[in-house]
Each structure stands twice: as C-alpha cells, then as structure tokens.
Design a protein around this ligand. Structure first.
Ligand code: ADP
Ligand code: MG
Ligand code: ZN
Length: 631
C-alpha cells in the first residue's frame, strides 16, 4: 500500500519539477547559482525520492530542503535537534520572505497560546516549513495533529544524532521512522548530515529505513579555511602571538578553544587587558551567565569568545573568521568539527593550532582514570592528532585522508602552512622498501611501534617470543642511522601515499596495499617531505599567520563596510535578531563594492531577496547614498 501511494506521489510531483529552479532560488533567497549538488538534491526531493545528503558544514544543506518546501504544496516537517538552531532558521526564512508565517517551530520553548497559533497557521496552509524537536514530534497529540494536515516531505537535519557513534547522540531521533510511518508511510524522507564517518552514515540509512535513497556525498574539503600549526613556546610568548594575531584581525569574530576552564578565564582577561573585546565560556559558569556571554558573541557585542569545547554545538553564526586551538584537540574529528565553525559563509576562516608535547601529555593525563580500553582508544586518537600536527605535507591531504577521502592536488595554494612554506623533500626509495619488506615479513600482523623496533633491530620480549630476530628484516634499517621520529614519520607518509594502510578495526595493524606490493616488486624513486619536529621551546614570534588578504577584492570600501556592519548591529538589536540574519557578510561586502542606493539595486546583491530588501533595506541604501554623496 505504501509503495503504491509513493508511486502516485512521484507522478504528481514530477509535474511540478517543470519549475525553473534557478528562478525560484533567486526569488526566494537572492542567490544566482546553486552550490555544489544543491540542484540535484532538490530535484531528487521534488521527485519524491528518499534522499541522503552528506555535506560538510557550510556546504549549504538547509537550502536543499528549504527551496523544495517553498515550491511544493503542503508543509515540510523538519526535525532539528536544538531550539537555538530552529529559531535561527525560522528567523532567517522570515527575513527572506514576504509571508511572515512561512516558517514556524514547535518545541518546548513555546507556551500553549503560541502552540495554538502555530497550529492554526498550519491548518490554514500558510506555513511551508515546520521545524520540530524530536521530543515534540513524538508526542501523541502532535502526531494526531500532523495526520490531519498536508505534508510535503520530512527532513531530518543533523541526522548523525541518530547514531550512538556520532558525537551528539539523541535517542529520540531513533523514533522518527515510526512516527513518519504513523503519519503517512508514503512521505519521502531527506536526511542531512556533515558527518564524515561511514559507520554513522550507515546507521542513518538503516535507522531511518531510507528506501533506495539518492545519496549525495560532497567533498569534505573546506577550501576557504586556512590551516596552520604554530609551535607553542612559553606561555607569555604564545599569548603575545595570539594578541598580535587578533590585532591583525581586528573586529572579526573568533573562537579560542582551550583545554580547561581556568585558562579560558585567564586568557580572556589578558586579551581584555590588551584592548580586545573577549569573554570566557565554559560549563562551570552558571546557565544564565553562559547564555549571556554566548549572546554577546552572537550579537557581536564581543569579538572573541575563549571557551572550552562546551561552546559551539548549535552555533551557526556563519561569519566566524578564526578558530584558535590554544591546546591540541583530543582527536582529528574534534579538530575538524571545531575548526569547521570558521567561515561557514564561504569567506575567510583562519584556523591556528598551538602545538606542544607538554599539552599532549596533559591530554593523556586527563584520561588516567578511564578504563583501559577507553584509554587505549583515546590514546590512539591523540596520536593521530599529533601525527597531523607533525606532518609536513599539505594539511588538507592529511585531514581528508583521515576521513577516507583523497585530496588529489599537490598543494592547496598556500591555504595551509605546509603549502606556504614547503619543506624540502628527500629521496626515500630505500627506506620505504625496508619498511614494506619488514611489514611483509612479519606477516602484516603488527603495529607501528613493533615494526620500528624490528627495523632498527631492537630486541624485546615480544620480538623474542615471535622469533622475529631471526628474520632477514630484523635490523635491516639500522644502517640508515635514522631515529624513531624518522621512521614514524615515514610510515605515516606511506599511509597517506597509499602504500600501506592501518587496520583500525584490528588494533592498528599495518597492512600492505596493492600499491605497496607493487612497490616491493619494483621499487621506484619516491620523494617525501618528512615531519616537523617540534621543540617545546621558544616559538618564532614574528611570523603571525594567515594568507594575506585572500578575499580582498580591490574595490571593496572598508570604511563603508564598517559603517554597514555597525548599522546591521543596530538593526539587529532593534529586531532582536542576530546580525547575520539581517544581511550576510558576503552581502555587506558586495554592498561596499557596488554601492546600491535604491531598493531595486539592493535586490541585485547576492543573498538579498525581495522580501529582505523590503524588510531591512531602506536604512542601508540610505546610508550608502549618503556616503556616496559625501565622498
Ligand atoms: P550547512 O547546514 O551545510 O552547514 P548552511 O545551510 O547553514 O550550511 O549554509 C551555509 C551558508 O551557505 C549560508 O551562509 C548560506 O546562506 C550559504 N548558501 C547556501 N546556498 C547558497 C547558494 N546557492 N549561493 C550562495 N550562498 C549559499
Ligand atoms: Mg545545517
Ligand atoms: Zn596545503
């Protein structure tokens, strides 16, 4: 029965795919072109297919369901995990639209009267999108209500919340399929996530029971983010370095992550003493103060928030311009997530990580009371992060490799420190051969440390037990007179080059790949750059990071841009909205470049829909007109 209904549904929707999607995009959002796979995804939804979208943060996932929701008959139900996110999305949709009730949310923040009002709008068919919290969706009265209204499709945003393997598991997310079936099993479901882990992706498809879904996987490369690792010197030097960096990025929003609560407070104080507007944020503060400080940051009353990782979940401020890690994060996944909060709008995002071995020890020390397996697991994650920091090849290559993606370019055009200051490469044909031969001779049954001991001919009880000192490869690499650091680094690069792989499921045993086997048969010349070796001493204080003016188009008028930003802040405060909901940074930059002085001209700015221009535009064009005249 469900199948049959679905077919009918598909035919019916097909007719409406005749709509000109580009035109709809421009009309509803003021954008001229789709980003990445957006158009294909939208077509998939419009033709009634289950759809699974895997796209990194800032990729533009929301629009994938928002546009079809606006086009189709009925209301789209969007499951979203956090009240703050729902509110922002609804605010944003209303800012674009000339229909005030185009979007609503239902969650525990509403009182009875407000809920009644929302339901009335839904019954009248005014509303195109309804955001719901999973807990709200599963309430019987709401299920009964939703059975009675016309629904276009279901969207499950932040779908990784379904999985226990994900970073923010929400048990209620697991009930979504049952609820959909109860409301109407023929409804199509679209799931969206930025999770790169295959395990979590599997979980999502299985748990939502997506039927022959169209799956869209984007690259996880965040091309607008600049990555740099800075050797961490003495404390006052590091702080000086940070202060200098922020001064060079004055007025921009940024996050500094630290390992512990006290450091957030201390660092925020130092920054303030240096004339930087900053607040500290951590889970130890009482709820009211936390909300207040988060609000200050979101409303742009302060530029910098110094926080533990308690901060960030549910923060969708699109114009965060830098993320600094004052300490090494506990995994690459964390690092990617946390740095990922920079530059969601596609503009500049600088990511600095201050690295020292002392911090690594601190991190390991924090796990001392955990059960053994957890400690081992945690230790492995930390050592991956250390390897990332030490690596001298393109940061993107290493990051993407970690997520199972190959970054094919040789360099990323100076968008990471290693590509900006490339390290010399050395010939490694013979050492690579030695490593491969050793891995082969011990039958691919051992991990990195063991392999290095065999290569260097270092006896221990385990080697003795396996009689590996009798193998030809034992001590085969000693004559190169290289230390552990060298071999570690070499094995690491060999993984990235695809000569060997680490079997994570099997305790990190090193295995030969086909490419590795081919190399053994017929070795060839190979040049690699070896890892950095950090000294826990003084850092180079002069080289404060970042590519210079990556977005600085020549015609942009910085004075006007600042005036527009100030105006945006005022208007935002009046409307009790976050500034980026009024106009995005990209839009302001374009205004400060093309000087629109009428509402009609303002509509030509990317990201400015007609509704937005009418709602907020007047003061902005007036300001620009006055500015132009005075000039
Ligand atoms: P995600 O949910 O994937 O992290 P968002 O939906 O929040 O990403 O979108 C990220 C940013 O991209 C937003 O600032 C949004 O306005 C912008 N964006 C989305 N689609 C387009 C487009 N087609 N053209 C220009 N900007 C877009
Ligand atoms: Mg999103
Ligand atoms: Zn690079």
């Amino acid at each position: 029965m469900g199948e049959e209904k679905r077919k009918y549904f598909m035919v019916k929707i097909k007719e409406s795919t005749q709509v000109d999607l580009k035109k709809e995009l421009h009309k509803n959002f003021g954008f001229d072109s789709f980003k990445g796979d957006q158009e294909k995804i939208i077509q998939s939804i419009l033709s009634g297919n289950d759809t699974f979208v895997i796209m990194p943060t800032g990729g533009g996932k929301s629009l994938c369901y928002q546009l079809p929701a606006l086009i189709q008959e009925g209301v789209a139900i969007i499951v979203s995990p956090l009240i703050a996110l729902m509110k922002n999305q609804v605010d944003l949709l209303r800012s674009y639209s000339d229909i005030e009730n185009v979007a609503h949310f239902l969650n525990s923040s509403l009182n009875k009267g407000q809920i009644k009002k929302v339901k009335e709008d839904l019954v009248k068919g005014k509303t195109k999108m309804l955001y719901v919290a999973p807990e709200t969706l599963t309430k019987e009265e709401n299920v009964d209500f939703l059975k009675e209204i016309k629904i276009s499709f279901f969207a499950v945003d932040e779908a990784h919340c379904i999985s226990e393997w994900g970073h923010d598991f929400r048990p209620e997310y697991r009930k979504i399929r049952d609820i959909v079936n109860e409301i109407n099993p023929s409804l199509s479901v679209i799931a969206l996530t930025a999770t790169a882990t295959p395990k979590v992706q599997d979980d999502i498809i299985k748990n939502l029971v997506l039927v022959k879904p169209n799956i869209f996987v984007s690259s996880f490369n965040r091309s607008n983010l600049y990555y740099e690792i800075v050797p961490k010197g003495k404390k006052d030097q590091t702080v000086k370095h940070i202060v200098k960096f922020i001064h060079q990025n004055r007025g921009k929003s940024g996050i500094i992550y630290t390992l512990n609560r006290k450091t957030t407070e201390d660092l925020a104080e130092v920054l303030k003493a240096n004339g930087i507007s900053a607040v500290a944020y951590h889970a130890g503060l009482d709820g009211k103060l936390r909300a207040e400080r988060q609000d200050q940051f979101l409303m742009e009353k302060v530029d910098v928030i110094v926080a533990t990782i308690a901060f960030g979940m549910g923060i969708d401020k699109p114009d965060i311009r830098f993320v600094i890690h004052y300490n090494i994060p506990k995994s690459i996944e964390n690092y990617y997530q946390e740095t990922g909060r920079a530059g969601r709008d596609g503009l500049e995002g600088k990511c600095l990580l201050y690295f020292s071995y002392k911090d690594v020890q601190k991190l390991e020390h924090l796990m001392r009371d955990k059960p053994l397996t957890e400690r081992e697991m945690g230790g492995q994650l930390i050592s991956e992060t250390v390897a990332y920091a030490e690596s001298a090849i393109c940061r993107r290559k290493v990051l993407l490799h970690y997520f199972g993606e190959e970054y094919k370019e040789d360099t990323c055009n100076e968008m990471c420190d290693n590509c900006r200051h490339p390290k010399e490469k050395i010939e490694v044909k013979d050492t690579v051969f030695t490593a491969l031969e050793t891995i082969k001779q011990v039958k691919e049954m051992f991990g990195v440390d063991y392999i290095i001991n065999v290569i260097l001919g270092r006896m221990n009880t385990q080697i003795q037990a396996y009689k590996h000192d009798k193998l030809k490869c034992f001590s085969m690499g000693a004559h190169f007179q290289m230390d552990d650091h060298f071999w570690n680094s070499l094995l690491r690069q060999m993984m990235v080059e695809g000569l060997i792989r680490k079997d994570i499921e099997e305790y990190g045993l090193l295995k030969l790949t086909d490419k590795g086997k081919a190399f053994l048969k017929k070795p060839y010349s190979l040049k690699l750059s070896l890892n950095h070796k950090f000294e826990d001493a003084e850092g180079d204080d002069d080289d404060v990071s970042g590519p210079q003016g990556s977005n600085g188009s020549a015609a942009l008028d910085p004075t006007l841009l600042n005036m527009l930003k100030d105006l945006r802040k005022q208007v935002a405060a009046q409307h009790k909205l976050q500034p980026w909901i009024i106009f995005m940074e990209n839009s302001l930059e374009e205004m400060a470049t093309t000087y629109p002085t009428s509402l009609k001209e303002l509509e030509n700015i990317s990201g400015v829909s007609k509704g937005k221009a009418l709602k907020f535009g007047k003061k902005f064009v007036e300001l620009i007109a006055q500015y132009v005249e005075e000039k």
